[in-house]
Ligand binder design. Structure first.
Ligand SMILES: [Zn+2]
Ligand SMILES: [Zn+2]
Length: 358
């Protein structure tokens, strides 16, 4: 083989391998499975959605009405006009709701109850509605609440926050919780001209944080372990509620539970709501609605920063270049994790072909 053909062939195979390793490659060679955490789960409702996997349009499956209630709760499906209850039929309204859900959650849009969709629906998440009626911009993925509310306290503002003296958690001490929230608030403060200061005067604080169980009087009852993890209200309400039933963790080395939820990740997300951001369609963004157990996700992404800066302006000390740098390096790290097997397979494939050709 001439050197020209050798290089050309190598180039062709490299392109082929790169094409095969693309993350958006549509073919699924793995059997479709839904990962379900079966231990310690007391939240039976969402757990049951696994039986709806691959249910066809037009079919009747017991439990479909619960899925419809879920989609209604998060803003995707309205109550039927003819009857007051949801049926167990996979009707066209459900299909439209599934399509809207898939678009909003950044999933492949199939209109079917495929494994990506069912596992995302079953994942623990924030209780705030996804507000799917809002148009999704083609390049930006952050969103705001209706009317785009924000805190208005002048150009450089200070917002106070306090922990409820009554609604606490016995899992973590105050000395463990306070630094978590300090870090979470400081991430947002580093990108916008807003200071966050802790106060002991709970009633008069702008942002009031507490741990609550079940129905706690705001029309958004918590649901036990996993399911809904927390919710916060849009500006200038300031209520920030965490589900006291969760296994809140500040350190996964110490908290070994399979259903442990990272407090700092959830705190950072809910502060985004307190400031006026709604849910983002970008999976990596802090404002994406779901978070798996035992996952730490605390760094603001470009999407979060653009969203919040459009409301408050930029912190004069904020440098976009350093954010992009850290985002690139974390993408590389992320890529080396999630794309590793794909890339290794492609590389092995390429080497195998080269070996066969020599
Ligand atoms: Zn949320
Ligand atoms: Zn609440």
């Amino acid at each position: 083989m001439s050197p020209f053909f050798g290089y050309y062939y190598f180039f062709f195979l490299t392109c082929l391998a790169l094409f095969l390793s693309r993350p958006c490659f549509p073919a699924r060679t793995m059997p479709e499975t839904v990962t379900v955490i079966t231990t310690e789960i007391h939240n039976a409702t969402w757990h049951d959605f696994s039986k709806l996997l691959h249910a066809e349009k037009g079919s009747q499956v017991s439990g479909m009405s619960e899925l419809k209630k879920y989609l209604h709760h998060f803003g995707y499906l309205s109550i039927p006009n003819t009857t007051s209850n949801f049926t167990n039929t996979f009707d066209k309204e459900l299909e439209s709701a599934v399509i809207l859900y898939q678009k909003r959650l950044g999933l492949p849009v199939t209109g079917k109850l495929d494994s990506d969709t069912i596992s995302t629906i079953m994942a623990p998440r924030c209780g705030v509605s996804d507000n799917p009626a809002h148009e999704i911009h083609s390049t930006r993925h952050f969103a705001y609440f209706d009317g785009k509310p924000r805190w208005a306290r002048g150009s450089s503002m200070t917002l106070t926050y306090a922990f409820s003296p009554y609604n606490t958690t016995d899992r973590l001490s105050s000395s463990e919780i306070r630094p978590v929230f300090q870090r979470a608030f400081s991430r947002w403060a580093s990108v916008i001209p807003v200071k966050f200061v802790e106060t002991s005067r709970y009633e008069s604080a702008h942002i009031r944080i507490g741990f609550y169980r079940g129905d706690h009087g705001d029309g958004e009852p918590f649901d036990g372990v996993l399911g809904v993890l927390a919710h916060a209200f849009s500006p200038e309400n300031g209520r920030f509620h965490l589900d006291a039933a969760e296994t809140w963790a500040v350190d996964f080395d110490r908290e070994k539970s399979k259903v442990a939820v990272d407090l700092e990740s959830v705190a950072t997300h809910e502060i985004g709501h307190v400031l006026g951001l709604a849910h983002s369609t970008v999976k990596e963004a802090i404002m994406y609605p779901s978070l798996s157990p035992r996952t730490k996700k605390v760094d603001l992404k470009l999407d979060d920063v653009e969203g919040v800066q459009a409301l408050y302006g930029s912190n004069p000390n904020f440098r976009l270049s350093s954010l992009l740098e850290s985002e690139n390096s974390s993408n590389l790290a992320h890529g080396s994790e999630s794309g590793l097997s794909r890339w290794t397979t492609s590389k092995a494939f390429l080497l195998l072909i080269l070996f066969l050709c020599t």
